[in-house]
Design a protein around this ligand. Structure first.
Ligand code: ZN
Length: 326
């Protein structure tokens, strides 16, 4: 019996997404976003994902607000996480108190990484990726990459292309085989990646808008093409702008494609307060990793409407799940 199963999810930013670090200042930007410490590429930390998934699943399953949030009881000692073995939210996302102590939860969330990053070029929008990002969807690029933009053979291929202020030579990359199959599985919009298994389509209409960069260049290009916005704090009493309260913040631009994993543990290996897990989803008792994922998935429609990260009131953060389809 398998002890866990990882489910890959891809989503596209339909607003700029700002998941902050708590106010670190970097150059001209006041509010920076979270970054991977090694690659410096912006990411959405798994802890942030776990929080929004929990809140939205609690909304979807009629367990809001008690089983959402951090689970602290209110001033009267009431509410907070119920911590019951028949609660789909508390068993899947865990809880901090209850009979027999806390429970870590059946689902764990990886960080959400940038898989495809949109860049405006003179040929139109292009989405760039890199070996490190492709690795997250099971592709291995073993060939060393130079400081070039690599395209598939039947894509538009000018001799060089500007990515922001960088002008890069364009080269054909022959080893797209496995990469193509994996990208085909992710339900990407046709204008980014038309599926390759459509033989009736002409070569012309199958052009994709994806380019491959080395990991190092990818980090560079992403960081120089983030959205930086300037905003001003509003005084809630007067409704006017606060003096000296102009601030700037960075965000992943609209149409960035993110990928993350939901790791679902086998419910049969766990007990809650000495009892087997008896919660159910879609009238089925949660007894397999994919049932755990079914609970997490109830949050997906809410991600598209209520979003993730900060600045939600400034039109930021909505994320449309592309794969798996709901
Ligand atoms: Zn609960």
């Amino acid at each position: 019996m398998t002890s866990y199963q990882a489910f890959t999810v891809t989503g596209m930013a339909i607003d700029p997404i700002h998941v902050g670090t708590g106010g670190a200042r970097l150059g001209r930007v006041d509010l920076t976003i979270a970054r991977d410490p090694v690659t410096r590429v912006p990411k959405v930390p798994g802890s942030s994902l776990a929080g929004v998934y929990r809140t939205y699943a609690a909304m979807a399953l009629g367990k809001y607000p008690d089983c959402a949030g951090q689970g602290q009881p209110g001033a009267s000692g009431q509410s907070g996480h119920c911590g019951k073995p028949d609660c789909p939210v508390c068993t899947v996302f865990g809880f901090a108190r209850g009979q027999g102590g806390g429970f870590a939860g059946l689902a764990a969330f990886s960080d959400a990484h940038v898989l495809l990053f949109p860049i405006a070029t003179r040929e139109g929008s292009l989405w760039v990726t890199c070996p490190g990002a492709l690795n997250l969807i099971g592709c291995e690029v073993t060939e060393p990459l130079e400081n070039k933009l690599y395209r598939e053979s039947n894509s538009d291929k000018p001799a060089s292309l500007n990515l922001g202020w960088l002008l890069l030579p364009v080269e054909q990359f022959s080893k797209w085989g496995n990469i193509k199959d994996q990208l085909d599985n992710l339900n990407l919009p046709e204008y980014i990646w038309p599926k390759s298994q459509q033989p009736q389509q002409s070569q012309q209409s199958r052009k994709n808008r994806v380019g491959l960069l080395s990991d190092k260049l990818f980090s560079h290009v992403v960081n120089s093409n983030l959205e930086v916005r300037t905003s001003v704090s509003i005084n809630p009493e007067t409704g006017a702008a606060e003096e000296k309260a102009l601030f700037s913040y960075e965000a992943l631009p609209r149409a960035t494609v993110l990928v993350w994993n939901v790791i679902c543990k086998n419910p049969n290996h766990f007990q809650v307060g000495g009892n087997p897990i008896s919660a159910s989803i879609n009238s089925t008792t949660i007894s397999q990793p994919d049932h755990v994922f079914d609970v997490a998935k109830t949050a997906h429609p809410y991600l598209e409407h209520l979003g993730i990260g900060g600045m939600g009131t400034r039109g930021m953060g909505r994320l449309r799940v592309l794969h798996p389809p709901s």
